[in-house]
Design a protein around this ligand. Structure first.
Ligand SMILES: Nc1ncnc2c1ncn2[C@@H]1O[C@H](COP(=O)(O)OP(=O)(O)OP(=O)(O)O)[C@@H](O)[C@H]1O
Ligand SMILES: [Mg+2]
Length: 201
């Protein structure tokens, strides 16, 4: 089973993944957690280029392609082999982040972006995607004083389009997406995630 965590900046994805992983491992399941971009030696090098605050000149097309390069590597090297071996993969962001950020956020043609994503993943789609939904200001405020990357620094309007894009995707594919209210305290969010996953694994 392939489960992805999506949502705007500061919605709690990286906070919740270890909690869910621990819960599933306690049931004897083989769980792998990864993060995007990165998660492989090559991918982490690409991540550094994407996130570097110095790279203000990066064109949206360059950004989109770099994400797909990192993704192609993690899909073939890590994710697909673990799924074939029967494990559960929990991924901190995946293909839908590209549709949300590079598609809706940068307002690039969605069909073009979808084609690139399909190429990078060879069509590997999550079985379940948890949208940790939170309003943009609250999410960004949570990240003050933490690691701040080039994408966090985009204008608030960019982040609003990202959130709206996520919600649109969830509406279009309700069998795959579950929207979690990420404005609640972490324990409540963890319980909501656990209930949702338990019903599906
Ligand atoms: N439910 C919550 N309530 C309040 N604060 C939270 C909650 N969940 C996480 N936080 C805090 O908000 C900050 C951002 O959380 P986290 O890094 O998990 O978000 P994220 O979704 O992974 O963000 P990003 O998209 O930037 O990777 C952290 O300081 C974390 O401790
Ligand atoms: Mg995170």
């Amino acid at each position: 089973m392939f489960i992805t965590f999506e949502g705007p900046e500061g919605s709690g994805k990286s906070t919740q993944i270890p909690t869910l992983a621990e819960f599933l491992r306690a049931q004897g399941r083989r769980v792998l957690t990864t993060r995007e971009p990165g998660g492989t030696e090559i991918g982490e090098q690409i991540r550094a280029v994407i996130h570097d605050l110095k790279n203000t000149a990066m064109h949206p097309h360059t950004e989109t392609l770099l994400y797909q390069a990192a993704r192609a590597q993690i899909v073939e090297q890590i994710i697909r082999p673990h799924l074939i071996a029967g494990g559960i993969v929990l991924c901190d962001r995946y293909a839908d982040s590209t549709i949300a950020y590079q598609g809706y956020g940068h307002q690039q043609k969605l069909d073009d972006v979808r084609l690139l994503v399909r190429y990078a993943t060879e069509g590997l789609k999550p079985d379940l995607t948890l949208l940790l939904d939170i309003d943009v200001e609250t999410g960004l405020a949570r990240k003050q004083g933490e690691e701040w990357n080039r994408l966090d620094a985009y204008a608030v309007d960019f982040h609003r389009r990202v959130r709206a894009g996520y919600r649109q995707m969830a509406r279009e594919e309700p069998q795959r997406w579950v929207i979690i209210d990420a404005s609640q305290p972490p324990e409540f969010v963890a319980t909501a995630i656990r209930e949702c996953v338990t019903g599906r694994v």
